[in-house]
Design a protein around this ligand. Structure first.
Ligand code: FES
Length: 135
């Protein structure tokens, strides 16, 4: 188990279901918080779940991000507030166990294999890579 304590899941609250005015982000936040609570100790780290207005993935609603200060950040799209909760919880467990948060698509559960919009290395890893290239 690692020592990170700042695991976060951020959900877009501005995304609309395609062709409707419905904004499913708030429902997704509620469903995800409830599912994480049920999962309890199966997930080694606590995740703060919050909302934000738009993460620039507007063509792929709903968007959900996983982030932690020393881990890679992920942005997923096409997330349904009911159908995809199990995959989001499974990824929370996997993400909390990874040291640097970096994983390939085959290691992500269900829809998250194909709905990844971005995978960004942690700032610390990116800095180390830049320094290695410069030397
Ligand atoms: S409105 Fe949700 S990502 Fe832009």
């Amino acid at each position: 188990m690692n020592t990170h304590q700042d695991h976060k899941i951020t959900v877009c609250t501005s995304c609309r279901h395609k062709g409707t005015q419905c904004r499913p982000g708030f429902e997704l936040i509620e469903n995800l918080r409830a599912a994480l609570k049920v999962a309890g100790d199966a997930i080694p780290e606590d995740f703060a779940v919050s909302g934000v207005a738009c993460m620039a993935g507007c063509d792929r609603p709903c968007t959900v991000a996983y982030h932690c200060s020393q881990k890679a950040t992920y942005l997923f799209g096409d997330i349904d507030p009911n159908e995809d909760i199990d995959d989001l919880v499974a990824f929370a467990e996997h993400y909390s166990e990874m040291q640097d948060g970096w994983c390939s698509s085959v290691d992500r559960p269900g829809k998250l294999r194909t709905s990844t919009l971005a995978r960004v290395p942690s700032a610390m890893i990116a800095t180390q890579s830049s320094m290695a290239r410069a030397s």
